[in-house]
Design a protein around this ligand. Structure first.
Ligand code: PBG
Length: 329
């Protein structure tokens, strides 16, 4: 039946009517707040390209986490800026590494310990060259070697779980890393620690601001030989299938906004929980528009997140987590 019997506007007449028929919801518990932990005490260093985001020393990270917990946020995603870097990225699996220290401190905070603590597993913040794996340099160029990197990622994941990570999240895009990490976790008596794999992670310009925040820009070249090509949806499905076969418990899709179709396709294909990462560049471009007064801050923030949920994500990693949680309160 069409107009005039059917009038779509009937169900849009009031706030309460719209709330009653809303198909997709957004709650603070759906949001994951990223934290960049750095050495020192009382450090709160702003990231130029990401207004409102900081490098935080462990003590400040705990305060930030406590605030996130009080806002009802679901969890944290932890990144680290080590004291020093080397070719292998040994700071990543150091038992006194920066994220390991942060995890132990967070687990001691009565206010923060109920947040789900997700530790990013990658080497790029810890390697002197800024790539996500072991480098092989020859006279005719360089490559990131896959298989020797797996062992280092596996050690990193086990060390993070031991320090208190509730979930480990490999973001390196090496082949076979989920299986290697699962084996290492099980061997380290962390068989109950889930793996959230960044199954489909595209080589993206939208990671630019993150590399300032995490000091992880590659010193040469780019990540296109290990992260996915932006044109490929079917390949993303293969990545997901393989990660699940290797033992991933959940998958993370990234970036979000330029790849909403990939999130939707993943949702239709698999039944595991799906997270999406609204990455640094997505945040920075919205912040830039807010600063210019070109977009309504509160509405655009929530709309950007709702769109990701509607595409099919169960939870969202976002630098807007605290702002959005306040708006939703
Ligand atoms: C580490 C990693 C990156 C991001 C998350 N984990 C950077 C990269 O791959 O270069 C990007 C997150 C963001 O842009 O917010 N490999």
């Amino acid at each position: 039946m069409a107009f005039p019997q059917t009038r779509m506007r009937r169900l849009r007449r009031s706030d309460s009517m719209r709330a009653l028929v809303r198909e997709t919801t957004l709650e603070p518990g759906d949001l994951i707040h990223p934290i960049f932990i750095c050495p020192g005490q009382g450090v709160r260093k702003p990231i130029g390209s990401m207004p409102g985001v900081f490098n935080l020393s462990v003590d400040e990270a705990v305060r930030d986490a406590e605030e996130a917990a009080s806002l009802g946020i679901g969890g944290l995603l932890l990144f680290g800026l080590p004291e020093s870097k080397d070719e292998q990225g040994s700071g990543a699996w150091d038992e006194n590494g920066i994220v390991q220290q942060g995890l132990r401190a967070l687990k001691q905070s009565a206010a923060a310990k109920n947040l789900v603590l997700i530790a990013d597993v990658c080497l790029c913040e810890y390697t002197s060259h800024g790539h996500c794996g072991i480098l092989d340099e020859t006279s005719d160029g360089w490559t990131v070697k896959n298989d020797p990197t797996l062992d280092l990622l596996a050690r990193t994941a086990a060390s993070l779980a031991l320090a208190g990570a509730d979930i480990v999240a490999p973001s390196d895009m090496m082949d076979g890393r989920v299986a290697a990490i699962r084996t290492a976790l099980d061997a380290a008596h962390s068989e109950d620690t889930p793996i959230l794999s960044y199954a489909s992670k595209f080589a993206s310009a939208f990671y630019g601001p993150f590399r300032e925040a995490a000091d992880s820009a590659p010193q040469f070249g780019d990540r296109r030989s290990y992260q996915m090509d932006g044109g490929n949806l079917r390949e993303a499905m293969r990545e997901i299938d393989l990660d699940l076969e290797e033992g991933a418990d959940m998958i993370l899709m990234k970036p979000a906004m330029p790849y909403l179709d990939v999130i939707r396709a993943a949702r239709q294909r698999v039944d595991v929980p799906i997270g999406a990462y609204q990455v640094s560049g997505e945040y920075s471009m919205l912040q830039a528009a807010f600063e210019k007064g070109w977009l309504d801050r509160d509405r655009a923030t929530l709309e950007s997140l709702l769109g990701i949920r509607r595409a099919g994500a169960d939870f969202i990693v976002t630098y807007f987590a605290k702002d959005a949680a306040r708006l939703l309160a």
